[in-house]
Ligand binder design. Structure first.
Ligand code: SF4
Length: 311
């Protein structure tokens, strides 16, 4: 059985930057301390989080941050709304701001946009909360085309005036094809196409990966997709693999791999989300190469031995 790792899988630039910064700030030899708070999971990957927690990273939520004083809190790549920065000033908290520059630019663009704002993204996602915060109450979050239908029929609490100008942005990790569909659905409801301004703010690193991953999934007989189940980008990319290869499996850890998924002749492809560390992809590769190959060989041997024993 041949096993290959997708060369473009692994952390994106923003996540690498946040994890590196956390490690430096947790390393006394580099002027850091053995303890650091992170507002929300720095990366949507349980194994990587455990590794960082062992070094002294503690993930907290906003409620916990409210009770802290005179300490350091890391802001992850997703960014935060202005209220979080105000809270830090109030509680004398030093922020180690790892907001990805791409997200930062998007936040600024939203803050300087007038009129109605639509954000194509996942409700409640940290990046989306940060973006909504910049719009100061003018943003409506749309998850899919069905949302557009419901809002236009008045069946939703969210309100959009399709007769007035709308500017649409996207969460950085969304599917470019879905974004086009949502823009199309909004256009259909508007009195004039000129009233809609589209800003495709999907991260280039993510957008490029969609095409590359489609090709990778097609070229392999089995796909093992590794990511945390709470990774929004992971869900999008896994669905994309599944669309082109129905032998695609989503796992979080090695224990979830089922030996029955594989045949000796398979060429297995391993890939992951922007929050999946390279070391985890490598550990899956080693597991498949050693443990599974041994298992398949011993199964074959038993079969052959069983056949001989009949004679
Ligand atoms: S996906 Fe792109 S925008 Fe989002 S954190 Fe990674 S590099 Fe930044």
């Amino acid at each position: 059985m041949k096993v290959e790792i997708d060369s473009s899988s692994g952390f994106c630039y923003g996540v690498i930057r946040a994890v590196d910064t956390a490690e430096k700030n947790l390393n006394p030899a580099m002027g850091g301390k053995n303890q650091l708070y992170s507002l929300g999971a720095i990366v949507h990957n349980g194994s990587e989080l455990t590794r960082l927690e062992r070094k002294g990273l503690e993930v907290i939520d906003l409620e916990r941050m409210k009770s802290l004083r005179n300490t350091r809190v890391l802001i992850r790549a997703h960014g935060e709304p202005p209220a979080t920065y105000a809270l830090a000033t109030e509680n004398n908290i030093t922020l180690i701001d790892c907001t990805c520059p791409v997200v930062l630019a998007l936040q600024k663009k939203i803050a300087s946009t007038d009129g109605q704002i639509v954000i194509f993204g996942k409700n409640g996602h940290a990046e989306v909360n940060g973006l909504v915060g910049r719009a100061e109450g003018r943003a409506v979050v749309i998850e899919n085309r069905e949302d557009v239908e419901r809002i236009s029929e008045g069946k939703d609490d969210r309100k959009i005036d399709f007769g007035k100008p709308i500017t649409i942005f996207s969460q950085t990790t969304k599917d470019p094809v879905e974004f086009e569909h949502v823009c199309g659905a909004i256009k259909d409801k508007m009195l004039s196409d000129n009233l809609l301004t589209i800003h495709n703010t999907i991260c280039r690193q993510v957008a490029n990966r969609h095409n590359d991953l489609r090709i990778f999934a097609k070229e392999h007989s089995v796909i093992i997709f590794v990511s945390g189940h709470d990774s929004s980008n992971g869900h999008v990319l896994f669905e994309l693999c599944k669309e082109v290869n129905n032998r695609s499996y989503h796992i979080q850890s090695l224990e979830q791999i089922d030996k029955k998924w594989f045949k000796k002749s398979d060429i297995v492809g391993i890939c992951g989300a922007t929050s999946t560390p390279k070391w985890q992809l490598e550990s899956v590769r080693k597991f498949l190469k050693i443990t599974l190959n041994n298992y398949i060989c011993s199964k074959l041997n038993r079969l052959i031995y069983g056949n001989y024993s009949r004679f």
